[in-house]
Design a protein around this ligand. Structure first.
Ligand SMILES: [Zn+2]
Length: 260
């Protein structure tokens, strides 16, 4: 038999992948205003209901070679990718936090960030339906995470919402058009509720660095002189910054302080 910790690690990954399967439904349906509970999953090409054995996270995609089991229409690689990312998130959180209330808290937080990121990539919006309840729900971080205090939650929400609001206001006054969506403001307030004021500054800094690199990478292939003002969503980069903080925030901050 396997040692118990390996068994729990495998179960964490499987659990995460199953939640990832549900996140796919949220990502696909929520921006369209559809219910996320009914009707059950069906193929968008042939409308055939998908039985559970064709709906196993990651495995079904591999067995069906990326095609619908009925009409052979191609299935987007995005579905198993979201399941894989969520599985790895659960696995990483188990190794970092064990089976603790903090682990449950950060897994739910990470899952919401995954949904937010892919919806933002597809539609350039962050649904209020996720961020506003998120601000309230993740304000309970001080109950689940030992090092979080209520005062830190309060400052996290205020700083997260406030900083980006001021940036957006400033940008609007200078350029006379909206540069940053209100969705990003509410997202960073939600991240502040979960990680505190330190997490907000870390997320904003790393998110901006990744966002700049991502922006440069997106512009590189054209090589033309015309200025491409492609709108690059900020949500996924803020989400990566927030997850980075949850896993390695303290050591990275220490390393940075020593570096200075
Ligand atoms: Zn089909």
């Amino acid at each position: 038999m396997f040692p118990p910790s390996i068994f729990i690690a495998v179960m964490s990954f499987v659990f995460g992948a199953c939640i990832g399967s549900f996140l796919n439904v949220v990502i696909y349906r929520m921006p369209k205003g559809q219910s996320i509970v009914s009707p059950p999953s069906h193929c968008p090409a042939c409308n055939h209901a998908i039985p559970f054995y064709f709906n196993l996270p990651i495995i079904s995609f591999l067995v069906l070679k990326g095609k619908c089991g009925f009409c052979k229409a191609p299935i987007s690689i995005r579905y198993p990718l979201v399941e894989l990312i969520t599985g790895l998130l659960a696995l990483g959180i188990f190794f970092k936090f064990g089976l603790t209330p903090a682990a449950l808290f950060y897994f739910i937080f990470g899952a919401v960030l995954i949904a937010v990121s892919f919806i933002d990539l597809d539609h350039q919006i962050i649904p209020d339906k996720l961020s506003l309840p998120g601000i309230i729900i993740f304000s309970t971080s001080c109950l689940f995470v030992p090092q979080m205090r209520f005062i830190s939650v309060m400052w996290g929400v205020l700083a997260g919402g406030g900083i980006l609001y001021l940036v957006a206001l400033f940008y609007y006054l200078i350029r006379k058009h909206q540069g940053m969506g209100g969705g990003d403001i509410k997202l960073l307030a939600m991240i502040g509720a979960a990680t505190g004021v330190k997490g907000v500054f870390f997320t904003l800094f790393t998110g901006s660095v990744f966002g700049t690199l991502g922006g440069l990478a997106a512009m590189a292939p054209s090589g033309k002189s015309e200025k491409r003002q492609a709108k690059i969503p900020f949500g996924p980069f803020l989400s990566i910054g927030a997850i980075l903080y949850v896993f390695w925030g303290e050591p990275i901050i220490q390393w940075y302080i020593n570096f200075l």
